[in-house]
Design a protein around this ligand. Structure first.
Ligand code: ZN
Length: 416
């Protein structure tokens, strides 16, 4: 098929159809009046039933794998066709939004529905997945289903407990699953053509530029550091300003330096999210301050260079003030690059739909990050109002969701 013919098969009021499905999913919640749907809960089960019915109506065979991922499969032209996987997560944070995750499930189902309605098969088999747990709200277990597919799942996670003392293992058994068989659901890289994830941007860039869609270049890597500033506590009234070794004033200079460094670098974001000053009294010069740094960039060299440069700058600030500044790395994860070929396919599809391809990186983690250990990945971002997510005010436009489906269907038609 060609992408153009496929696009014509999408329903006219596609945006409304997608928004109605997202509303129906959002109605399945643990909390009255707010959207909370955690992993392996009765609400998860109810969401699977609804999504599974949509998949079956679109001609897909469905099954729930032992990691709680609902998989819908639409066979290709031949039984040995490689498989393209598309999808995202069904779970939410507490009091979350309707679109984070779910958009990436309903959009590819609409594309398969269009193929099914037209009686078309592609050179690829298609699977749409609804991962059970990406957010980790219940067990602090992120990317649960995608790691299982990628074969990087840590079985030790099964022993974790939720706030009620229920283990992951028990929760999966309660869903009728066999967690000991999770290693068996890992896919073979040679069978998988790629993974495509549609997701709300969760940032303000597309909206600011008036663009409905963006193509993700990479999911940012992250360096986390803990900084300790050792000064000297003293009386707020008696120690003259030129004799002070004020750890908090030093930290303040350090923090604005971090902000400037990241702002000037481009494709680098840095955040000081936690700070503690001791002794923490209104009439005492702070003697000791600890704070955190979270640095993210789509390029690993850029991030690690920034980490080292910032560390040097903070040490210099400490030296100039006669204070001891210690910077300790506590966490490192590399960036996950999206596949160039899949990015090009998305860009061409956007152009054919009359749009402007805009490439941007993702500062947030996604299932695509775990899937990158298995196969080439790509992500299509959809504009969201104010860049707000993980919040009931999360909002998208129906026409943007429809545009995402059109672009995805064209992309499917161009891949082999
Ligand atoms: Zn998400």
């Amino acid at each position: 098929m060609t992408g153009g013919e496929g696009a014509a098969a999408l329903p006219e009021r596609l945006g409304d159809v997608l928004m109605q499905r997202l509303d129906a999913l959002a109605a399945i919640s643990e909390d009255e009046g707010a959207l909370t749907r955690r992993f392996a809960t009765p609400e998860h089960r109810a969401a699977i039933e609804l999504i599974g019915a949509w998949m079956q109506a679109a001609g897909m065979a469905t099954h729930l794998d032992d990691a709680g991922t609902l998989v819908g499969r639409y066979e290709g032209e031949s039984p040995d066709a490689p498989t393209l996987i598309m999808g995202s997560h069904q779970d939410t944070v507490r009091n979350g939004g309707k679109y984070d995750g779910m958009l990436g499930i309903v959009v590819p189902i609409a594309c398969v529905q269009a193929l099914h309605d037209a009686g078309r098969r592609l050179p690829l088999a298609i699977e749409v997945v609804a991962f059970g747990d990406e957010e980790g709200t219940r067990f602090q277990t992120t990317l649960f289903g995608s790691k299982a597919l990628a074969g990087t799942f840590d079985m030790g996670v099964l022993a974790r407990r939720d706030d009620d003392g229920v283990t992951v293992e028990q929760a999966l058994r309660d869903l009728g699953l066999s967690p000991e068989r999770i290693p068996d659901i890992a896919r073979r890289p040679e069978d998988i053509r790629g993974f495509l994830e549609v997701h709300i941007e969760q940032g303000p860039v597309l909206e600011a530029e008036g663009l409905p869609l963006g193509i993700v270049t990479a999911i940012a890597g992250c360096s986390r550091l803990t900084v300790t500033v050792e000064g000297e506590a003293g009386h707020a009234g008696t120690v003259p300003m030129d004799r002070r070794r004020d750890a908090l004033a030093c930290a303040a200079e350090a923090i604005t330096t971090i902000e400037r460094h990241c702002r000037d670098a481009g494709d680098l974001v840095g955040t000081v999210g936690r700070l503690q000053a001791q002794p923490g009294a209104i009439n005492v010069i702070p003697g000791r301050v600890t704070f955190t740094i979270d640095l993210r960039a789509p390029d690993d060299a850029r991030r690690t260079t920034a980490r080292d440069e910032i560390t040097a700058k903070l040490n210099a600030i400490g030296n100039a003030r006669g204070l001891c500044v210690t910077v300790e790395p506590v966490y490192e994860i590399g960036a996950s690059r999206c596949d160039d070929g899949l990015q090009t396919a998305l860009a061409e599809a956007i152009t054919q739909e009359g749009g402007t391809p805009r490439h941007l990186f993702s500062g947030a983690g996604h299932d695509a990050m775990a899937m990158a250990d298995l196969c080439p990945t790509a992500m299509l971002f959809v504009r969201c109002a104010g860049g707000i997510s993980h919040n009931p005010r999360e909002s998208i436009m129906a026409e943007d969701a429809a545009m995402a489906a059109k672009v995805l269907l064209r992309t499917l038609g161009s891949l082999s």
